[in-house]
Write a protein that binds this ligand. Sequence first.
Ligand code: FAD
Ligand code: NA7
Length: 488
Amino acid sequence: NGESYEYDLVVIGGGSGGLACAKEAVQFGAKVAVLDFVKPTPLGTKWGLGGTCVNVGCIPKKLMHQASLLGEAIHDSQAYGWEIEKPENVKINWTKLTESVQNHIKSVNWVTRVDLRDKKVEYINGLGYFKDPHNVHVVLKNKTERTLNTKYVVIACGGRPNYPDIPGAVEFGITSDDIFSLEREPGKTLVVGAGYIGLECAGFLKGIGYDVSVLVRSIILRGFDQQMAELVKASMAEKGVEFQVGAKPLSVEKQDNGKLLVKWAFNDNPSDVKQDVVDTILFAIGRHALVEDMQLDRAGIKVINGKIDVDVNSKTNVDNIYAVGDVLYKKPELTPVAINAGRIIARHLFNNSKEVMDYEDVATTVFSPLEYGSVGLSEENAISRHGEDNIEVYHAYYKPTEFFVPQRSVRYCYLKAVALREGDQKILGMHFLGPAAGEIIQGFAAALKSGITMKILKNTVGIHPTVAEEFTRLLITKRSGVDPTPAT
Ligand code: FAD
Ligand code: NA7
């Protein structure tokens, strides 16, 4: 309508989705500001620009996972001839680990700031909220305030972890927001929640040497293939993680000696109360989107179950307002998803692009000590969509060559491909439990998106000796009842 605005685009949230969108938008000449503000956790932890993934998510998580894998490698190395004078003295230095992780994060924060400056994206370290659809008010870190008048807004506020409503949870508990910079050693830890964040934290803490238990309210890894989820659990239990299944926390009290007394009850018998004394209780019971501070009602934006719904172009119910990332209703909460969608919004708004974000068959990996990577449908979803008679599942246990020498357990090294039964057997889902699962599934994700069939997979020559080649050797169907365990 020819109206002119101070900005072409204001992005609320400088995380994976928001930064990707802002940086793409300036390529097309748009005038863009990004607001980012982090409220400290109840423990006081705070961090810089870049959002969840860089500061308290994917990146520190992967580094701690690596620390845990290295511990295993040090142990294995002795079987390969490495001489370690006093193996019993090999242990993690938590302070050194967190310092190294935090130093890397700070360098990423810095590079991000420089990158925004170079690209001429205006970064504003302040909390934004709507005055109306075209005016975003910002309270800056130094308490000064401004209103930004803008043509378009992208909401990319992400989310933060939940605490349960039980005595002592907020006062004495921590979440993934605190663990990667915790100033003291976590020590004996109780993890509450068995989603991927809970399992990953439990996995690396056990791997670097702490006693870890997990309280599982119902099932492991809701939303993931449940056969694989049970194998992940079993592989972690084999490494010494304890699982309390069907348990929900009741209270956390701090004892005089500084340790935490945690009580929990079992769903099927609420009077069966158990307790343990731990150094740390970590809640990983899900996350909420940061919608409450944004005064969305002033812009007329609808909220569904605390999230924002968008159309195929990532547009909210308000014409000039778009949303991306973890704030979205029923979309995968993953960094590359937020990044891809953020870039597509910018191209749509400022380069007339007709491209739409494809949320189907997004691959992911649970970085449990033995990693679980998957793409496409779980076996149960394939069956419920197509019917059991129309699905063929190929599966195998396998033995990674490098596991033999140190006699590492191969019990849970397992993979499967879920395919349609007819014709060339189009593959609907691929699941891999084993070393480097993320690296392996990434390539197969491209194959699956290209329509790979079992016929093609069987015609693919493997790379020997790798664990990825196991996908090219899948011959046994579940239906056949043949034992999928290899002879050698
Ligand atoms: P975020 O990255 O969360 O960024 C939002 C930013 O906006 C934050 O800095 C927030 O403080 C700020 N903000 C919010 N409201 C306002 C406001 N009103 N004004 C100003 N600023 C505001 N994904 C993967 O793909 N792989 C992984 O391995 C992986 N591991 C993870 C591990 C953990 C422990 C966690 C917690 C998450 C992990 N994720 C992983 C998920 C990934 O981090 C998120 O999907 C991703 O960061 C979402 O990006 P986003 O842009 O939606 O929001
Ligand atoms: P998830 O994947 O939502 O998992 C949360 C886990 O915590 C899950 O096992 C839940 O059990 C459990 N949970 C939820 N509420 C409670 C309470 N009150 N007490 C005990 N246990 C509970 O969340 P994550 O923290 O792993 O975060 C991952 C997010 O990123 C998630 O939203 C994904 O979509 C991506 P349940 O199965 O519900 O019985």
